[in-house]
Design a protein around this ligand. Structure first.
Ligand code: HEM
Length: 245
């Protein structure tokens, strides 16, 4: 449920503060970095068997960062921007901050990565839900997560204008294509997490939620690709006809 609430909140806030995100992007990066470092320190404490007590609202925020829900929500929003209908005002308002939101997504996902990467390596996936699960399944969750991190890092670095300027437009675009593999890896990782949990209404709602989100995105994307290819072919045929006349 944390994920569903996070997606709604992140989308609403990104829309309401759309005009300010670009303007104050550096300030936002700084705030997110400070929060992210704090969450990493807390993750290290948790890995060392300390428990941290938060006040009520802070508890939900820190839980959403640690579980990957907050970072995942930002990534889902950024992913959907690739298939949004730009005739709508809401799509335009959201899309102008795509680069900034993807940077924020990465910064706030790092504590989750650090926590669960080391929990897995150190054999400290001590959440009772994960006990007794088949090795192949936990390895698949881990491998998909690590693969996602490996793709996320270059995409993150090249999101900054400074590094983007050092690349040709074509090579930057080619690199961005890896985002599709990243989304697929996140989907596999999250699906493995939920499939491995004991059946419950919450767990099943989450599975349906992720299938709808990633499934509808894939269908939209495929439709767009087919449409673009058709347009390209039409253009090429037109050129051939004009040249042969
Ligand atoms: C860029 C890389 C990653 C992204 C974007 C990501 C994203 C997510 C998301 C969106 C969730 C679901 C949160 C929810 O529904 O509440 C999640 C859960 C989880 N992920 Fe990741 N993840 C990544 C890497 C990893 C890695 C490397 C591991 C290592 C095993 C991992 C282990 C887990 C676990 C154990 C959960 C369940 C957490 C819980 O139940 O509180 N993730 N991740």
């Amino acid at each position: 449920m944390t994920m569903i609430v996070s997606v709604i909140l992140v989308t609403l806030l990104s829309y309401i503060f759309s005009d300010y995100i670009k303007k104050y992007s550096l300030n936002l990066y700084l705030i997110f970095t400070v929060v992210s470092i704090t969450a990493i320190v807390h993750a290290i404490y948790m890995l060392n068997n300390y428990s941290i007590v938060y006040i009520p609202v802070l508890k939900q925020i820190m839980k959403s960062i640690d579980s990957g829900a907050l970072g995942g929500s930002f990534f889902i929003l950024v992913m959907y921007m690739g298939v949004m209908d730009m005739r709508f005002k809401i799509s335009k308002k959201l899309r102008i901050n795509r680069g900034e939101l993807s940077i924020l997504a990465t910064i706030i996902t790092i504590p989750h990565n650090v926590h669960y990467f080391f929990a897995f390596i150190l054999g400290k996936m001590n959440i009772s839900n994960y006990e007794g699960i088949p090795l192949w399944a936990s390895l698949m969750m881990f491998a998909a997560g690590v693969f996602a991190i490996l793709i996320m890092i270059p995409l993150f670095i090249t999101s900054f204008k400074f590094f983007r300027k050092k690349m040709t437009g074509k090579s930057w675009k080619n690199l961005q294509e890896y985002a599709y593999i990243f989304y697929a890896m996140v989907f596999i990782q999250v699906m493995m997490v939920y499939i491995l949990k004991p059946s419950s209404i919450i767990r099943n709602i989450n599975i349906v939620f992720y299938i709808i989100i990633f499934g509808s995105y894939t269908i939209q994307k495929v439709k767009i690709i087919i449409f673009r290819n058709k347009q390209k072919n039409l253009k090429n045929n037109y050129k051939i006809n004009v040249n042969s006349e």
